[in-house]
Design a protein. Sequence first.
Length: 431
Amino acid sequence: MPINGIKQPDIIEIDSGLRLRKYDGIHDFALSWYQDLDTVYLVDGAKEAYDIEKLHCMYEYLYTHGELYFIEVFKNNCFTPIGDVTFWQSDMPIVIGDTRYRGMGIGKKVVSKLIERGKSLSYPYLCINEIYKYNIGSQKLFTSLGFIEYEQTSDGFRYKLELDKSINIWDKVAPEFGKTGPKYWNDFGNRLLELSSISRGARVLDIGMGRGASLFPALDKVGNDGYVIGIDNSEVMVNETNKDILHRNICNAKVINMDAQHLDFKENSFDNIICGFGFGYLLLSDDKLSKIMKILKNGGEAGFSIWGIQEDQKWLTDIVNKYIPPVKKNIDKLDIPKFDTVDDVTKILNSLGYMNIKIHQENSSVVYMDKNEWWQEMWVNAVRGIFEQIESLGTNIFEEFKKDVFKELEKFNSDNGLCFNMPVIYAFVQK
């Protein structure tokens, strides 16, 4: 039923082939979903198939607690229900009942849309009442969207997403990203393109293009007869980069606000795909890198720049942990492999069945004029999110944090300024 005082939409459109339809009291068709013992085990923690009476009781409970929807896909010229989801501030139970549609990213699209609804209703947070310890799929789904464990139950964990803090950090830093301090983003973007096999006239996709560190060098390589598309999760980043494209009177490029885990392109669309420092995010998706290979043409190449082990940054992590105790992340549980050495990345690419792998690491010296320039540059990259957390602890604490940071920065003084080594791994595979 509608949340008190709030009108429930009849339909929530997610994309052209996916929508949420308001529960209408008809649910007998869903019985087969809840007679699948594996599904019921994930939902209830017991392998006991539902009968029609129990199904009715479940939907009655969900209907009286929040906005109940059927998840529908467009098939054979009509929308067909394949699961259900219920939305309210204290929980968001979701089931993809038709097992044929699991592992396709549908759950993530649905939850993302309902997070948007939570923001539109000015909810300060959303909670997940419980996910069982063995329900790895649901854990991956919600943590990939920013939910964090905040309480352990007897059988699993409760999760919470702070909506007023969930503004994309890249949206915040986008206007000045790459404009302050040493231009290492541009250096790494240029190097990725130098090592790639992009030729004139090629059609290129740049995943996570940011402010165009790889996109603009790619345009130089493809020439006027080629075309480059950039995608980014940050709407502000897309808008700012689009301004740069228009300012340069570029006609053979466009940028799109798109989630890299849900690439919406036809198969065999690109000669080359490049991705600067988004490798880990891609590994979080259900299909890993397989969607990239589908949209790549036969004989095409995918290239990635990936952070190596940042020994010169470990001091900062130690200081941050002093002020914000680290939350133990269940990396093994979420099946996210390490990817900060050449061996790690090679192993991942081999395990995914890729061929003609070329990979190596390069050390890069990044020099800041002084401590103040370093500090300013941190506020226009992703580190800003960490700084803001510490700043929220109070002015005195934040000033103490800054003193600790500036003291450690002295260790990196050189004749030219503050010098850091930033290892980068470059990896290329062919289809």
